[in-house]
Design a protein around this ligand. Structure first.
Ligand code: HEM
Length: 161
């Protein structure tokens, strides 16, 4: 979304959509996590129902995929972007914050769950709300580029450009 010239390789495209799908999955498969977490805080062998197990293990998979994605991104980085306008700069900053939150949200959840730190559950939920707001903003910007500016940004992330 920052640069007209920018394209994505197959690994970046697959990772983008896999992580997006798993984050949305975990957002919705979280019903009763608060209750499960409190049981788990009382006795670390309990709290593993179907939903909480899915939430925890899908969340751990997200951490692994985000780490791979950051490595692939750094390895695929092309020459420095020059002549960025203000909107490009804002979109660049939002992307960097999104990368950070995609990593930190599940890490905060894992710290809460595995180290039994109640407070980190709240931090996990606050960070998750900020991340989902940015995800919505990011999706709206992608649609704006595709359908209003008609610059093919979305097609690049679908591997068609
Ligand atoms: C990007 C990945 C993740 C997303 C989008 C996500 C999303 C959510 C959401 C929406 C809730 C609120 C549930 C409610 O309202 O009852 C929640 C709670 C929780 N999640 Fe996650 N989660 C993720 C990863 C993880 C991971 C990896 C773990 C642990 C290994 C985890 C552990 C928890 C715990 C313990 C709670 C309860 C917190 C509390 O009630 O204080 N989450 N998560």
């Amino acid at each position: 979304m920052q640069n007209q010239e920018r394209t994505y390789n197959t690994a970046q495209i697959l990772l983008h959509w896999a992580i997006a799908a798993l984050i949305i999955f975990n957002y919705f498969v979280s019903e009763g996590m608060g209750r499960a977490f409190h049981q788990h805080l009382d006795d670390s062998n309990t709290g593993y129902g179907l939903v909480s197990s899915l939430h925890v293990y899908v969340g751990l998979a997200i951490i692994a995929l985000v780490v791979i994605r950051i490595i692939v991104r750094l390895a695929s980085r092309k020459s420095k972007r020059d002549s960025q306008n203000l909107l490009d700069k804002i979109s660049h900053i939002i992307h960097e914050i999104l990368y950070l939150l995609m990593f930190l949200v599940p890490v905060f959840g894992a710290i809460a769950w595995y180290l039994g730190i109640h407070f980190m559950g709240d931090v996990h939920e606050i960070a998750m709300n900020i991340m989902m707001t940015l995800v919505l903003l990011h999706a709206a910007a992608a649609l704006f580029h595709q359908y209003v500016l008609k610059d093919g940004t979305l097609l690049k992330m679908l591997g068609q450009k």
